[in-house]
Design a protein around this ligand. Structure first.
Ligand code: BES
Ligand code: ZN
Ligand code: ZN
Length: 493
């Protein structure tokens, strides 16, 4: 979407969005035909600027403006970045059936800075302006994305800094959509090698080094947990490493690790109907990591980052790994498989110990659609966050508040950790006790982290939505990309 900033007043628009708070509308005096109409609608009681209310009206082409959508923002003091994103997503969702490709908006009066306002409305529009239509053949059903946005930023504003911020916001949105595409894709169109091919050209464009370990390399490295999970698959496993060096003067780096199950059938502990349908989503962590590293590179963030992406498939079949198997992990700890559907923690365990050995990162953040229990605990709009370093998680929570990508901390505590012990191996991957499943999985990962600072994000909920939710459509949400971009921009290691 093309964005134009103008310091003039609006004229000749296909569609003008006119955002107003309650206080602004109450005090409004009609000075031109559009504000006069708004006053009439207010006086009739048809439009009161309630948060997320939209009121569509024609202007008789006053100033060449064809249509106006008055957009309610509610109480002035309650306007924040997320409410702006959401309000604009409501507009985009209501105009989808109009044949409007080019939209414009004025800037509302409120306490947010012009920078925050512009970037949030751009985000709300950009993220709503996404349609995964690859598999739709009926032309008349295809939605037409908005192609241009004009923002009337008011008079005498220095636009250079603002332009840069807006274009960075668009970059972040682009990579959020890149992650959504990967998640929404057919499982067989994104298995290990195909996933690698899909991200390679983007990595090359961003001058990122991406390497792939194949099955033989994984065998040599004794990544037996990764290999075990993939054993029932017709596809080979792959383990990707993307390296971004944004700060040559420092050896400190952040490692991002993404769970990359291109399909999770559950293995021999096969998932039943109603649990298996969406399991192509189980690589959403991998998609977020690949996108976030590329995003950081395109934004030229002054940070050293490695993206670690183990890609496997958890299937049934004669070669599949079995409940009761005891497997020696890359870290040498042995794991008794109690449930083949608790596979994500296995793959991540090897990925974590490999990453620590090879890169010695200052901080690890892993993103994984790890447990259904996390959805039960927090619902679909919050990711569960667990850590061994409160200070770093507090910073990530700040980023979460900024971006509206919600995370909520869960405790890692030893009463649940005790359930990790197996009678015949060092650890078991699942316990008969059905409570605290998200924390159990977090405690399992912690066994492989040692002293490295680490944050675990269980994104099983927010990675994929069953239906539209503001600027998220049904399907992959790209959760994590905006959160990580914000965090990596701000953090000093
Ligand atoms: N990929 C699933 C978790 C999941 C569930 C993600 C729903 C997104 C939506 C994971 O591998 C899994 O199957 N976890 C099991 C663990 C159990 C067997 C201990 C679960 O949550 O049921
Ligand atoms: Zn599973
Ligand atoms: Zn899984």
């Amino acid at each position: 979407m093309k964005i134009i900033l103008k310091d003039t007043t609006y004229s000749s628009e296909e569609l003008l969005i006119f955002p107003v708070s309650k206080q602004y509308l109450d005090g409004l005096k009609g000075t031109d035909s559009i504000t006069k109409k708004l006053c009439q609608l207010r006086d009739l009681g048809d439009f009161r600027a309630k948060n997320e209310a939209v009121c569509h009206f024609l202007t008789g082409e006053a100033k060449g403006v064809k249509r106006v959508i008055a957009l309610g923002l509610g109480e002035e003091k309650s306007i924040d970045k997320e409410s702006v994103r959401r309000a604009y997503s409501v507009v985009v969702n209501t105009i989808l059936n109009l044949k409007v490709k080019s939209i414009s908006t004025t800037i509302p009066k409120c306490d947010l800075t012009i920078e925050d306002l512009s970037c949030s409305l751009v985000e709300g529009i950009e993220l709503s302006n996404y349609f995964f239509q690859k598999y739709i053949s009926e032309k008349e059903r295809l939605k037409q994305p908005i192609t241009s946005l004009t923002i009337y930023i008011g008079k005498s504003l220095k636009t250079t800094g603002l332009k840069r911020l807006i274009s960075d916001t668009q970059t972040i949105c682009k990579y959020t959509k890149f992650a959504r595409d990967l998640v929404n894709e057919n499982s067989d169109d994104k298995y290990s090698l195909k996933f690698f091919n899909k991200i390679k050209s983007t990595c090359t464009e961003n001058k990122l080094k991406v390497t792939k370990l194949d099955e033989n390399a994984l065998k040599k490295l004794k990544m037996n947990l990764v290999l075990a999970v993939n054993a029932g698959s017709a596809f080979p496993p792959a383990f990707l490493e993307i390296v971004y060096t944004g700060n040559k003067n420092s050896s400190k780096k952040v490692a991002l690790i993404g769970k990359g199950l291109t399909f999770d059938a559950g293995g021999l502990n096969l998932k039943p109907t109603k649990a298996i349908e969406d399991m192509k989503l189980d690589m959403a962590g991998a998609a977020a990591v690949a996108s976030a590293v590329n995003c950081a590179a395109e934004l030229k963030l002054k940070q050293n980052i490695v993206g670690i992406i183990p890609l496997v498939e958890n299937m049934i079949g004669p070669k599949a790994f079995k409940p009761g198997d005891i497997i020696t992990s890359h870290s040498k700890k042995t794991v008794e498989i109690r449930n083949t559907d608790a596979e994500g923690r296995l793959v991540l365990a090897d990925a974590i110990s490999y990453t620590i050995n090879k890169y010695k990162p200052e901080l690890i953040i892993d993103l994984a659609t790890l447990t259904g229990a996390c959805l039960v605990a927090l619902g679909e709009y919050y990711a569960g966050a667990m850590t061994n370093n409160q200070e770093k998680l507090d910073l990530l929570i700040e980023s979460s508040k900024e971006t509206g990508e919600n995370i909520w901390q869960l405790p890692l505590y030893n009463d649940i950790g005790k359930r990790l012990k197996s009678d015949i191996a060092d650890l078991q991957n699942s316990s008969p006790n059905k409570f605290g499943g998200t924390i159990f999985a977090g405690m399992f990962l912690k066994e492989f982290v040692n002293d490295t600072q680490w944050i675990h994000l269980d994104i099983a909920g927010p990675a994929f939505f069953e239906g539209k939710h503001y600027y998220m459509g049904k399907g992959g949400t790209g959760f994590g990309v905006r959160l990580l971009a914000n965090f990596l921009r701000n953090i000093k290691l």
